[in-house]
Ligand binder design. Structure first.
Ligand SMILES: O=C([O-])C(=O)C[C@H](O)[C@@H](O)C(=O)[O-]
Ligand SMILES: [Mg+2]
Length: 424
Protein backbone atom coordinates (compact mmCIF):
# COMPACT_ATOMS: atom_id res chain seq x y z
CA UNK A 1 0.00 0.00 0.00
CA UNK A 2 2.95 2.34 0.38
CA UNK A 3 2.77 3.34 -3.32
CA UNK A 4 -0.80 4.58 -2.89
CA UNK A 5 -2.19 2.01 -5.33
CA UNK A 6 -5.87 1.20 -4.81
CA UNK A 7 -6.81 -1.97 -3.02
CA UNK A 8 -9.68 -3.33 -5.10
CA UNK A 9 -12.63 -5.41 -3.92
CA UNK A 10 -12.72 -8.57 -5.99
CA UNK A 11 -15.47 -10.53 -4.32
CA UNK A 12 -18.00 -10.39 -1.47
CA UNK A 13 -19.38 -13.41 0.40
CA UNK A 14 -22.38 -13.20 2.72
CA UNK A 15 -22.96 -16.29 4.88
CA UNK A 16 -26.02 -16.59 7.14
CA UNK A 17 -25.37 -18.46 10.38
CA UNK A 18 -27.46 -19.60 13.35
CA UNK A 19 -26.14 -20.00 16.89
CA UNK A 20 -27.86 -21.42 19.96
CA UNK A 21 -29.65 -18.89 22.13
CA UNK A 22 -31.35 -19.45 25.52
CA UNK A 23 -35.05 -18.72 26.11
CA UNK A 24 -34.52 -15.06 27.05
CA UNK A 25 -37.69 -13.06 27.67
CA UNK A 26 -38.38 -9.52 26.55
CA UNK A 27 -41.35 -7.25 26.01
CA UNK A 28 -42.16 -8.71 22.59
CA UNK A 29 -41.84 -12.40 23.47
CA UNK A 30 -38.99 -14.87 23.89
CA UNK A 31 -35.78 -15.56 22.00
CA UNK A 32 -36.05 -18.51 19.64
CA UNK A 33 -33.65 -21.47 20.04
CA UNK A 34 -31.26 -19.93 17.50
CA UNK A 35 -30.16 -16.36 16.86
CA UNK A 36 -29.44 -15.47 13.23
CA UNK A 37 -26.49 -13.41 11.95
CA UNK A 38 -24.81 -12.84 8.60
CA UNK A 39 -21.05 -12.96 8.22
CA UNK A 40 -19.77 -10.65 5.48
CA UNK A 41 -16.38 -11.31 3.92
CA UNK A 42 -14.86 -8.83 1.48
CA UNK A 43 -11.93 -10.09 -0.57
CA UNK A 44 -9.39 -7.87 -2.34
CA UNK A 45 -6.91 -8.16 -5.17
CA UNK A 46 -4.07 -7.87 -2.62
CA UNK A 47 -5.24 -11.09 -0.96
CA UNK A 48 -6.57 -9.32 2.15
CA UNK A 49 -10.00 -10.27 3.48
CA UNK A 50 -12.17 -8.08 5.73
CA UNK A 51 -14.90 -9.27 8.11
CA UNK A 52 -18.27 -7.78 9.02
CA UNK A 53 -21.29 -9.09 10.95
CA UNK A 54 -24.95 -8.08 10.86
CA UNK A 55 -28.57 -9.31 11.09
CA UNK A 56 -29.78 -12.13 8.85
CA UNK A 57 -33.48 -11.60 8.23
CA UNK A 58 -34.40 -12.59 4.67
CA UNK A 59 -35.04 -9.06 3.39
CA UNK A 60 -31.77 -7.88 4.89
CA UNK A 61 -29.91 -10.81 3.27
CA UNK A 62 -31.36 -9.89 -0.12
CA UNK A 63 -30.12 -6.32 0.27
CA UNK A 64 -26.68 -7.49 1.40
CA UNK A 65 -26.43 -9.74 -1.67
CA UNK A 66 -27.43 -6.86 -3.97
CA UNK A 67 -24.78 -4.60 -2.42
CA UNK A 68 -22.18 -7.36 -2.73
CA UNK A 69 -22.60 -7.24 -6.51
CA UNK A 70 -22.56 -3.44 -6.60
CA UNK A 71 -19.22 -2.94 -4.85
CA UNK A 72 -16.95 -5.21 -6.87
CA UNK A 73 -13.99 -3.13 -8.06
CA UNK A 74 -14.38 -0.48 -5.33
CA UNK A 75 -11.26 0.74 -3.54
CA UNK A 76 -11.20 -0.61 0.03
CA UNK A 77 -10.59 2.93 1.33
CA UNK A 78 -13.66 4.37 -0.45
CA UNK A 79 -16.20 4.13 2.37
CA UNK A 80 -18.05 7.29 1.27
CA UNK A 81 -18.48 5.80 -2.20
CA UNK A 82 -19.69 2.61 -0.49
CA UNK A 83 -22.43 4.67 1.15
CA UNK A 84 -23.46 6.18 -2.21
CA UNK A 85 -23.63 2.77 -3.84
CA UNK A 86 -25.69 1.30 -1.00
CA UNK A 87 -28.13 4.21 -1.37
CA UNK A 88 -28.50 3.39 -5.06
CA UNK A 89 -29.11 -0.29 -4.29
CA UNK A 90 -31.75 0.51 -1.65
CA UNK A 91 -33.48 2.91 -4.05
CA UNK A 92 -33.64 0.04 -6.51
CA UNK A 93 -34.58 -2.91 -4.27
CA UNK A 94 -36.67 -1.08 -1.65
CA UNK A 95 -36.04 -0.17 1.95
CA UNK A 96 -38.84 -1.44 4.14
CA UNK A 97 -39.06 -4.58 6.26
CA UNK A 98 -36.55 -7.11 7.48
CA UNK A 99 -34.64 -5.30 10.19
CA UNK A 100 -34.09 -8.35 12.39
CA UNK A 101 -34.84 -6.21 15.41
CA UNK A 102 -38.25 -7.57 16.42
CA UNK A 103 -40.20 -4.38 16.77
CA UNK A 104 -37.62 -2.96 19.18
CA UNK A 105 -36.94 -0.21 16.71
CA UNK A 106 -38.94 0.76 13.71
CA UNK A 107 -37.50 3.69 11.87
CA UNK A 108 -33.76 3.15 11.64
CA UNK A 109 -32.35 3.93 8.23
CA UNK A 110 -32.18 0.91 5.96
CA UNK A 111 -29.19 2.40 4.14
CA UNK A 112 -27.27 2.73 7.39
CA UNK A 113 -28.18 -0.81 8.45
CA UNK A 114 -27.00 -2.24 5.15
CA UNK A 115 -23.83 -0.16 4.92
CA UNK A 116 -22.63 -1.20 8.36
CA UNK A 117 -21.12 -4.69 7.86
CA UNK A 118 -19.44 -3.62 4.62
CA UNK A 119 -17.91 -0.54 6.24
CA UNK A 120 -16.63 -2.64 9.14
CA UNK A 121 -15.14 -5.19 6.71
CA UNK A 122 -13.44 -2.39 4.73
CA UNK A 123 -11.97 -0.93 7.93
CA UNK A 124 -10.71 -4.42 8.78
CA UNK A 125 -9.00 -4.54 5.38
CA UNK A 126 -7.58 -1.01 5.75
CA UNK A 127 -6.13 -1.90 9.15
CA UNK A 128 -4.59 -5.07 7.80
CA UNK A 129 -3.15 -3.18 4.82
CA UNK A 130 -1.35 -0.62 6.99
CA UNK A 131 -0.66 -2.94 9.94
CA UNK A 132 -2.78 -0.97 12.47
CA UNK A 133 -5.84 -1.87 14.57
CA UNK A 134 -9.24 -0.46 13.55
CA UNK A 135 -9.30 1.74 16.67
CA UNK A 136 -6.31 3.62 15.18
CA UNK A 137 -8.33 4.31 12.02
CA UNK A 138 -11.05 5.83 14.22
CA UNK A 139 -8.73 8.29 15.93
CA UNK A 140 -6.86 5.96 18.26
CA UNK A 141 -7.91 4.20 21.44
CA UNK A 142 -8.43 6.54 24.40
CA UNK A 143 -8.83 3.53 26.68
CA UNK A 144 -6.95 0.25 26.53
CA UNK A 145 -9.97 -1.85 27.56
CA UNK A 146 -13.69 -1.28 27.04
CA UNK A 147 -16.06 -1.90 29.99
CA UNK A 148 -19.25 -3.85 29.27
CA UNK A 149 -22.28 -4.39 31.51
CA UNK A 150 -23.81 -7.62 32.81
CA UNK A 151 -26.95 -7.92 30.68
CA UNK A 152 -29.58 -9.77 32.75
CA UNK A 153 -32.74 -11.33 31.35
CA UNK A 154 -35.82 -12.91 32.82
CA UNK A 155 -35.76 -16.33 31.24
CA UNK A 156 -37.23 -19.78 31.07
CA UNK A 157 -35.13 -22.72 32.25
CA UNK A 158 -35.24 -24.20 28.76
CA UNK A 159 -36.80 -23.89 25.37
CA UNK A 160 -40.02 -25.92 25.59
CA UNK A 161 -39.27 -29.58 24.93
CA UNK A 162 -35.49 -29.13 25.32
CA UNK A 163 -32.98 -29.75 28.11
CA UNK A 164 -32.44 -26.86 30.58
CA UNK A 165 -29.53 -24.56 29.74
CA UNK A 166 -26.74 -23.89 32.22
CA UNK A 167 -28.34 -20.64 33.53
CA UNK A 168 -31.68 -22.04 34.70
CA UNK A 169 -34.97 -20.24 35.18
CA UNK A 170 -35.08 -16.56 36.23
CA UNK A 171 -38.55 -15.19 36.88
CA UNK A 172 -38.25 -13.44 40.25
CA UNK A 173 -35.88 -11.07 42.07
CA UNK A 174 -33.88 -13.82 43.82
CA UNK A 175 -33.21 -15.61 40.53
CA UNK A 176 -32.24 -12.30 38.87
CA UNK A 177 -29.75 -11.63 41.67
CA UNK A 178 -28.36 -15.16 41.31
CA UNK A 179 -27.97 -14.61 37.55
CA UNK A 180 -26.20 -11.31 38.19
CA UNK A 181 -23.90 -12.94 40.74
CA UNK A 182 -22.89 -15.59 38.27
CA UNK A 183 -22.30 -13.08 35.49
CA UNK A 184 -20.33 -10.68 37.68
CA UNK A 185 -18.24 -13.54 39.13
CA UNK A 186 -17.58 -14.97 35.68
CA UNK A 187 -16.73 -11.78 33.81
CA UNK A 188 -16.01 -9.13 36.44
CA UNK A 189 -18.69 -6.76 35.12
CA UNK A 190 -18.87 -3.47 37.01
CA UNK A 191 -22.32 -2.33 35.76
CA UNK A 192 -25.61 -4.26 35.49
CA UNK A 193 -28.57 -3.93 33.10
CA UNK A 194 -31.88 -5.74 33.54
CA UNK A 195 -34.02 -6.34 30.47
CA UNK A 196 -37.47 -5.48 31.80
CA UNK A 197 -40.92 -5.17 30.29
CA UNK A 198 -41.53 -8.82 31.15
CA UNK A 199 -42.96 -8.90 34.67
CA UNK A 200 -45.43 -6.36 36.10
CA UNK A 201 -43.61 -3.06 36.85
CA UNK A 202 -43.83 -3.50 40.66
CA UNK A 203 -41.95 -6.81 40.39
CA UNK A 204 -39.27 -5.22 38.23
CA UNK A 205 -38.87 -2.45 40.82
CA UNK A 206 -38.36 -5.19 43.41
CA UNK A 207 -35.78 -6.92 41.21
CA UNK A 208 -33.81 -3.67 40.87
CA UNK A 209 -33.98 -3.08 44.62
CA UNK A 210 -32.73 -6.62 45.22
CA UNK A 211 -29.86 -5.99 42.80
CA UNK A 212 -29.03 -2.76 44.63
CA UNK A 213 -28.83 -4.62 47.96
CA UNK A 214 -26.68 -7.38 46.47
CA UNK A 215 -24.43 -5.06 44.43
CA UNK A 216 -24.27 -1.75 46.31
CA UNK A 217 -21.47 -0.33 44.14
CA UNK A 218 -22.65 -1.36 40.65
CA UNK A 219 -24.44 1.19 38.44
CA UNK A 220 -27.85 -0.32 37.52
CA UNK A 221 -30.13 0.13 34.49
CA UNK A 222 -33.60 -1.09 33.61
CA UNK A 223 -34.92 -1.38 30.04
CA UNK A 224 -38.62 -2.32 29.58
CA UNK A 225 -38.58 -1.55 25.83
CA UNK A 226 -41.41 0.98 25.93
CA UNK A 227 -44.15 -1.20 27.42
CA UNK A 228 -45.10 1.32 30.10
CA UNK A 229 -47.44 4.28 29.85
CA UNK A 230 -46.10 7.73 30.72
CA UNK A 231 -47.81 7.48 34.13
CA UNK A 232 -46.31 4.05 34.94
CA UNK A 233 -42.89 5.20 33.75
CA UNK A 234 -43.04 8.25 36.00
CA UNK A 235 -44.09 6.10 38.96
CA UNK A 236 -41.30 3.56 38.38
CA UNK A 237 -38.75 6.28 37.73
CA UNK A 238 -39.64 8.07 40.97
CA UNK A 239 -39.54 4.78 42.90
CA UNK A 240 -36.05 4.06 41.61
CA UNK A 241 -34.62 7.56 42.03
CA UNK A 242 -31.04 7.35 43.29
CA UNK A 243 -30.93 3.64 42.33
CA UNK A 244 -30.73 3.62 38.51
CA UNK A 245 -27.91 5.30 36.59
CA UNK A 246 -30.37 5.56 33.70
CA UNK A 247 -33.84 4.32 32.77
CA UNK A 248 -33.91 2.99 29.21
CA UNK A 249 -36.94 3.39 26.91
CA UNK A 250 -39.68 3.27 29.55
CA UNK A 251 -42.37 4.51 27.12
CA UNK A 252 -42.75 4.84 23.34
CA UNK A 253 -41.96 7.88 21.24
CA UNK A 254 -40.16 11.18 21.64
CA UNK A 255 -43.18 12.99 23.12
CA UNK A 256 -43.81 10.22 25.66
CA UNK A 257 -40.15 10.10 26.66
CA UNK A 258 -40.08 13.89 27.04
CA UNK A 259 -43.12 13.73 29.34
CA UNK A 260 -41.43 11.04 31.48
CA UNK A 261 -38.12 12.94 31.52
CA UNK A 262 -39.88 15.90 33.15
CA UNK A 263 -41.11 13.65 35.99
CA UNK A 264 -38.19 11.39 36.90
CA UNK A 265 -34.90 12.13 38.62
CA UNK A 266 -32.60 9.98 36.45
CA UNK A 267 -31.49 10.38 32.80
CA UNK A 268 -33.56 8.56 30.17
CA UNK A 269 -31.69 6.48 27.60
CA UNK A 270 -32.89 5.12 24.28
CA UNK A 271 -32.23 2.67 21.51
CA UNK A 272 -35.85 2.91 20.35
CA UNK A 273 -37.03 6.49 19.86
CA UNK A 274 -33.73 7.86 18.49
CA UNK A 275 -32.29 5.28 16.11
CA UNK A 276 -31.46 7.36 13.05
CA UNK A 277 -29.90 10.75 12.39
CA UNK A 278 -33.16 12.46 11.48
CA UNK A 279 -34.58 11.66 14.93
CA UNK A 280 -31.85 13.53 16.80
CA UNK A 281 -33.08 17.08 16.22
CA UNK A 282 -36.66 16.50 17.48
CA UNK A 283 -35.34 14.53 20.48
CA UNK A 284 -32.93 17.33 21.41
CA UNK A 285 -35.63 19.98 20.97
CA UNK A 286 -37.97 18.09 23.30
CA UNK A 287 -35.21 17.07 25.77
CA UNK A 288 -36.67 13.57 25.43
CA UNK A 289 -33.49 11.58 26.06
CA UNK A 290 -30.33 12.32 27.97
CA UNK A 291 -28.37 9.22 26.84
CA UNK A 292 -28.32 7.73 23.33
CA UNK A 293 -27.38 4.08 22.94
CA UNK A 294 -25.32 3.91 19.79
CA UNK A 295 -25.17 0.72 17.75
CA UNK A 296 -22.93 0.57 14.70
CA UNK A 297 -25.19 -2.11 13.18
CA UNK A 298 -27.92 0.45 12.56
CA UNK A 299 -26.13 3.80 12.76
CA UNK A 300 -24.22 3.04 9.55
CA UNK A 301 -20.95 1.55 10.77
CA UNK A 302 -18.09 2.75 12.92
CA UNK A 303 -17.35 6.15 11.39
CA UNK A 304 -21.01 7.21 11.35
CA UNK A 305 -21.27 6.05 14.98
CA UNK A 306 -18.44 8.48 15.70
CA UNK A 307 -20.48 11.16 13.95
CA UNK A 308 -23.32 10.30 16.36
CA UNK A 309 -20.91 10.59 19.29
CA UNK A 310 -19.97 14.10 18.15
CA UNK A 311 -23.62 15.13 17.94
CA UNK A 312 -24.31 13.76 21.43
CA UNK A 313 -21.28 15.63 22.74
CA UNK A 314 -22.42 18.87 21.09
CA UNK A 315 -25.89 18.70 22.61
CA UNK A 316 -24.76 17.52 26.05
CA UNK A 317 -26.26 14.04 25.73
CA UNK A 318 -24.57 10.99 27.19
CA UNK A 319 -23.57 8.05 25.02
CA UNK A 320 -23.83 4.35 25.76
CA UNK A 321 -23.90 1.30 23.46
CA UNK A 322 -26.72 -1.10 22.59
CA UNK A 323 -26.41 -4.75 21.63
CA UNK A 324 -28.42 -7.59 20.11
CA UNK A 325 -27.42 -11.27 20.21
CA UNK A 326 -24.09 -11.20 18.39
CA UNK A 327 -20.85 -13.04 17.64
CA UNK A 328 -17.16 -12.17 17.94
CA UNK A 329 -16.78 -10.03 14.82
CA UNK A 330 -19.37 -7.64 16.22
CA UNK A 331 -17.78 -7.64 19.68
CA UNK A 332 -14.44 -6.73 18.09
CA UNK A 333 -16.05 -3.89 16.11
CA UNK A 334 -17.91 -2.61 19.20
CA UNK A 335 -14.69 -2.70 21.21
CA UNK A 336 -12.65 -0.73 18.64
CA UNK A 337 -15.43 1.85 18.29
CA UNK A 338 -15.93 2.29 22.04
CA UNK A 339 -12.17 2.48 22.61
CA UNK A 340 -11.89 5.37 20.14
CA UNK A 341 -14.96 7.30 21.40
CA UNK A 342 -13.92 9.53 24.31
CA UNK A 343 -17.46 10.49 25.38
CA UNK A 344 -18.69 6.89 25.53
CA UNK A 345 -18.52 6.93 29.31
CA UNK A 346 -21.05 4.19 30.19
CA UNK A 347 -20.28 0.46 30.17
CA UNK A 348 -21.54 -0.95 26.85
CA UNK A 349 -24.25 -3.59 26.49
CA UNK A 350 -23.33 -7.04 25.23
CA UNK A 351 -25.22 -10.33 24.93
CA UNK A 352 -21.85 -12.16 24.91
CA UNK A 353 -22.29 -14.32 28.05
CA UNK A 354 -25.46 -15.87 26.61
CA UNK A 355 -23.79 -17.51 23.64
CA UNK A 356 -21.97 -20.83 23.50
CA UNK A 357 -20.82 -20.84 19.87
CA UNK A 358 -18.91 -18.49 17.58
CA UNK A 359 -17.36 -18.16 14.13
CA UNK A 360 -14.03 -16.66 15.27
CA UNK A 361 -10.89 -18.39 16.49
CA UNK A 362 -10.86 -18.35 20.32
CA UNK A 363 -8.60 -16.11 22.31
CA UNK A 364 -8.60 -12.71 20.57
CA UNK A 365 -11.33 -11.29 22.83
CA UNK A 366 -11.35 -11.80 26.58
CA UNK A 367 -13.02 -10.12 29.55
CA UNK A 368 -10.75 -8.79 32.28
CA UNK A 369 -12.57 -7.13 35.21
CA UNK A 370 -15.65 -6.68 33.02
CA UNK A 371 -13.75 -5.02 30.18
CA UNK A 372 -12.45 -6.26 26.83
CA UNK A 373 -8.81 -5.30 26.17
CA UNK A 374 -8.69 -3.58 22.77
CA UNK A 375 -7.07 -5.93 20.22
CA UNK A 376 -3.76 -4.51 18.98
CA UNK A 377 -3.41 -6.82 15.96
CA UNK A 378 -4.02 -5.25 12.51
CA UNK A 379 -7.66 -4.67 11.51
CA UNK A 380 -10.37 -5.94 13.86
CA UNK A 381 -7.86 -8.38 15.34
CA UNK A 382 -10.13 -11.41 15.03
CA UNK A 383 -9.77 -14.38 12.70
CA UNK A 384 -12.56 -16.42 11.13
CA UNK A 385 -12.59 -20.15 11.93
CA UNK A 386 -13.71 -21.71 8.60
CA UNK A 387 -14.91 -24.94 10.24
CA UNK A 388 -16.99 -23.05 12.78
CA UNK A 389 -18.44 -20.87 10.01
CA UNK A 390 -19.41 -23.96 8.02
CA UNK A 391 -20.94 -25.58 11.11
CA UNK A 392 -23.03 -22.54 12.06
CA UNK A 393 -24.11 -22.07 8.44
CA UNK A 394 -25.23 -25.71 8.36
CA UNK A 395 -27.11 -25.02 11.60
CA UNK A 396 -28.80 -22.06 9.85
CA UNK A 397 -29.86 -24.26 6.95
CA UNK A 398 -31.22 -26.98 9.24
CA UNK A 399 -32.91 -24.83 11.92
CA UNK A 400 -35.42 -23.43 9.43
CA UNK A 401 -35.58 -19.97 11.08
CA UNK A 402 -35.35 -17.20 8.51
CA UNK A 403 -36.55 -14.11 10.41
CA UNK A 404 -36.36 -13.15 14.06
CA UNK A 405 -39.83 -13.62 15.55
CA UNK A 406 -39.85 -13.50 19.36
CA UNK A 407 -43.59 -12.77 19.39
CA UNK A 408 -44.61 -15.64 17.11
CA UNK A 409 -42.43 -18.06 19.08
CA UNK A 410 -43.96 -16.90 22.40
CA UNK A 411 -47.49 -17.31 21.03
CA UNK A 412 -46.83 -20.97 20.26
CA UNK A 413 -46.71 -21.54 24.03
CA UNK A 414 -48.77 -18.61 25.34
CA UNK A 415 -51.42 -17.99 22.64
CA UNK A 416 -52.89 -14.99 24.49
CA UNK A 417 -49.54 -13.14 24.55
CA UNK A 418 -49.69 -9.55 23.21
CA UNK A 419 -46.70 -7.44 22.36
CA UNK A 420 -48.37 -4.01 22.56
CA UNK A 421 -46.32 -0.97 23.50
CA UNK A 422 -47.37 0.98 26.63
CA UNK A 423 -49.46 -1.98 27.84
CA UNK A 424 -48.66 -1.48 31.54
O1 LIG B 1 -31.57 -2.64 24.66
C1 LIG B 1 -32.36 -3.21 23.91
O2 LIG B 1 -33.41 -2.69 23.62
C2 LIG B 1 -32.01 -4.54 23.38
O3 LIG B 1 -31.04 -5.08 23.81
C3 LIG B 1 -32.86 -5.16 22.36
C4 LIG B 1 -32.69 -6.65 22.24
O4 LIG B 1 -33.44 -7.10 21.15
C5 LIG B 1 -33.09 -7.37 23.52
O5 LIG B 1 -34.32 -6.90 23.96
C6 LIG B 1 -33.16 -8.85 23.33
O6 LIG B 1 -32.13 -9.43 22.97
O7 LIG B 1 -34.20 -9.43 23.56
MG1 LIG C 1 -32.85 -0.94 24.98
Amino acid sequence: MSDGAPLRITDVTVTPVAFRDPALLNSVGVHEPFALRSIVRIHTDAGLTGLGETYADERHLERLAAVGHEIAGLDAFATEELHQRVKRVIDRVGGSGGSGLTGMITTSSTVDRVVSPFEVALLDIQGKAIGRPVSDLLGGAVRSAVPFSAYLFYKWAAHPGQEPDEWGEALDPDAIVAQARRMVDGYGFTAIKLKGGVRPPEEEIEAIRALRRAFPGHPLRLDPNAVWTVETSARVGRALGGVLEYLEDPTPGIDGMAAVAREVPMPLATNMCVVAFDELAPAVAADAVQVVLSDHHYWGGLRRSKLLSGICDTFGMGLSMHSNSHLGISLAAMTHLAAATPNLTYACDTHWPWKTEDVIVDGALTFVDGAVPVPRAPGLGVELDPDALARLHEQYVRCGLRNRDDTGYMRRFVPSFRADLARW
